[in-house]
Unconditional design. Structure first.
Length: 116
């Protein structure tokens, strides 16, 4: 039996462990405060192989409920930049796939997941 690892999502990432461990016919049980379409997209290949997933949502431990998160992004418009885009290009391009990923994720969840 392997010794336990602390999955801090820096040196040891949950996604890497799941990619290594999930196989055809696997059954996955998760207790977490989060499951995102981006996690699904990253693990889509592996998740398609499993038989089922049980997921229990918990409350986020280190997030204050009264703390509102406000995000602002400023994208500099500079015609002198290359035509191929800037450092925000990949992020924005990925965001254009959100609807398709969300739809795939919803279909997968309906087919294979039990959520409580």
């Amino acid at each position: 039996m392997k010794p336990p690892k602390v999955l801090d999502n820096k040196k040891y990432r949950v996604v890497d462990e799941l990619k290594e461990e999930l196989n055809k016919g696997s059954k996955l049980s998760v207790i977490s405060a989060y499951f995102t379409i981006y996690a699904y997209a990253e693990l889509k290949k592996e998740l398609s192989k499993i038989d089922n997933m049980r997921f229990i949502f918990t409350e986020p431990t280190f997030v204050h409920k009264d703390q509102e998160l406000i995000r602002e992004y400023y994208i500099e418009c500079n015609p002198e930049k290359k035509m191929s885009g800037n450092e925000f290009e990949i992020k924005l391009r990925n965001e254009m796939k959100q609807a398709a990923i969300a739809k795939e994720c919803a279909q997968w969840l309906e087919k294979k997941a039990e959520i409580k």
